[in-house]
Design a protein around this ligand. Sequence first.
Ligand code: ZN
Length: 222
Amino acid sequence: MFLGHYAVALAAKKVAPQTSLGTLFVAVQLVDHLWPILLLFGLEQASIEPGITVVTPLNFISYPYSHSLLAAIVYSAVFAVIYFGVSSYRRGAGVIALAVLSHWILDFLTHRPDLPIGFGDAKLGLGLWNSLEATVITEGLLFLTGIVVYLRATRSRNWKGFVGFWSLIVVLAGIYYANLFGPPPPSVLAVAIAGNAGWLFVLWAFWADRNRQFLTKEVPTN
Ligand SMILES: [Zn+2]
C-alpha cells in the first residue's frame, strides 16, 4: 500500500491538529522508511518476481525488523514516547502511536501472506494486491477521504499552503500511477535507493503544513 498510508496521515491531522503533517507522514511510513535502509545493509531481503502479485512484482522474502507486527508495536511505542517527550502533546503522541501501527494493518490488508508476526515463520496478509481493481479502488477511496478530511480541517495561509499541498498530492498520485502501470524496477538495489525518496515527501509535508492553519477555533491541546 502507498496512498492509503498517506491517507491515514492526512486524516490524522484533524484529530491532532498541532502535530505537523510532516511528523504524521513519518509515523505512517516509518516502517517503509526503515525498510530500504535495512535492504541496503543486507539485513532484510527482497527480490523482483513479476507476477508474484498482480500489483507489485516485489517478493518480500524476509523483513521482520521493519515489517513484523512485533516491530511495528515497538516502533509505535518508541516514536510516541519520543514525540511526547519533545512536545508534551498527549493527543499527538496517541495519534502517532496509532499512525505507526496503521502501517502494519494496511499492509496486512494488501500484502500476500508475507508479513511476519514476530521473528518466527508465522506470516499474514489478505492479498488485496492480487486484484488491481480492488487495490486501486481501496487506495483511491482512502486517499480521497484523507484529502477531504485534511482540507476541511485546514486552510491555506498563503499561496505556499495551496501550492505545497496540491503539488504533494499530485506527485504522490503520479508515483502511485507509475508504480502500478510502469515497468518493474530494474533491481532490488534500485528499489532500496528509490525507497528513500519517502523522506522528501516528509519535508514537503512539513513545508506545506506550516503554510496552512487549522480551522477549528478551539484547538484541542491535550
Ligand atoms: Zn510497508
